[in-house]
Design a protein around this ligand. Structure first.
Ligand code: NAD
Length: 258
């Protein structure tokens, strides 16, 4: 129970990676708030955790909206007492060749993936600074470390999220707070299912062929399990992660070395 007594907020906690991170941190003893736009999903996650005797709350929030983030932050602090851990996980990943990307799509992706990370960090960092202890984990992507065709907007947003991670980590380096990014390759979540659907529709191939296309980028020829991301988040939040900050940790089966 390495996180006993810690309060943790996980954005995008209604499914996929966020859901796995919420369970992992709660099982390690943290009291968690799962937050996302889809109220029914986060309520289901909180109910599942509570049914297992863990402390969990669901608070609806759109991370791209400042008023919504601030309302969520107040409610989270009220329920948890203190928020010591923030996992900025909410994100979207549409794909399009850059010539077809609309300004609306660009702003939407930046608003959630980058501004959302900024707004949530800004809301919870003051409390962490006051107490001299905090952990911020930003779920970025391998798309934040290199470029790939048809996801220029997503790549730009994830590069920005990693730049923000490094800068804030430096700013709070001597304040008992660590700030890191986790950079997964393709993970087995609804977001990847959506990518398969998009490839199927846009390239006119079968879902199996679309999945093979995705797995072609994977040295181990498999999707990463959400629990593998959660395990690294837990390590960063626990005692043994104390010395790690400002890092962008790839969980990509060694894909970056090819
Ligand atoms: P997902 O689509 O399964 O879940 C995304 C979550 O974010 C959902 O709970 C959704 O409600 C929430 N969300 C979306 N927009 C929001 C908003 N405006 N405000 C609040 N919540 C919002 O996605 P996932 O695969 O679990 O991805 C989680 C994170 O991991 C994302 O940041 C994504 O970019 C990143 N990532 C995913 C993969 C992958 O292959 N799935 C790979 C690398 C990085």
């Amino acid at each position: 129970m390495s996180l006993k007594g810690r309060g943790a907020v996980i954005t995008g906690g209604g499914r996929g990676i966020g859901k796995a991170v919420a369970r992992c941190l709660a099982e390690a003893g943290a009291s968690v708030v799962v937050s996302a736009r889809s109220t029914n999903e986060i309520e289901a996650v909180a109910a599942e955790l509570k049914a297992d005797g863990l402390e969990a709350h669901a608070i609806t929030c759109d991370v791209s909206d400042e008023a919504s983030v601030n309302a969520m932050a107040s409610a989270a602090m009220e329920r948890l007492g203190t928020v010591d851990i923030l996992v900025n996980n909410a994100g979207i990943a549409p794909s399009n060749p850059v010539k077809r990307v609309t300004l609306e799509e660009w702003n939407r992706v930046m608003g959630i993936n980058v501004t959302g990370t900024f707004l949530c960090t800004k809301a919870f960092l003051p409390g962490m600074l006051e107490r001299g202890w905090g952990r911020v984990v930003n779920v970025a992507s391998v798309a934040g470390l290199r470029g790939s065709r048809y996801i220029a907007t997503y790549c730009a947003s994830k590069h920005a999220q990693i730049g923000f991670t490094r800068a804030v980590a430096d700013e709070v380096a001597d304040k008992g707070i660590t700030v890191n990014a986790i950079c997964p390759g393709y993970v087995d979540t609804p977001m990847t299912e959506y990518s398969v659907t998009q490839i199927t529709e846009k390239a006119g191939v079968s879902p199996e062929e679309a999945l093979q296309h995705i797995l072609a980028t994977s040295p181990q020829k498999r999707l990463i399990r959400p629990e593998e991301i959660a395990a690294v988040a837990l390590m960063l939040c626990g005692k043994d992660g104390e010395g790690i900050s400002g890092q962008a940790i790839a969980i990509d089966q060694g894909q970056g070395n090819h």
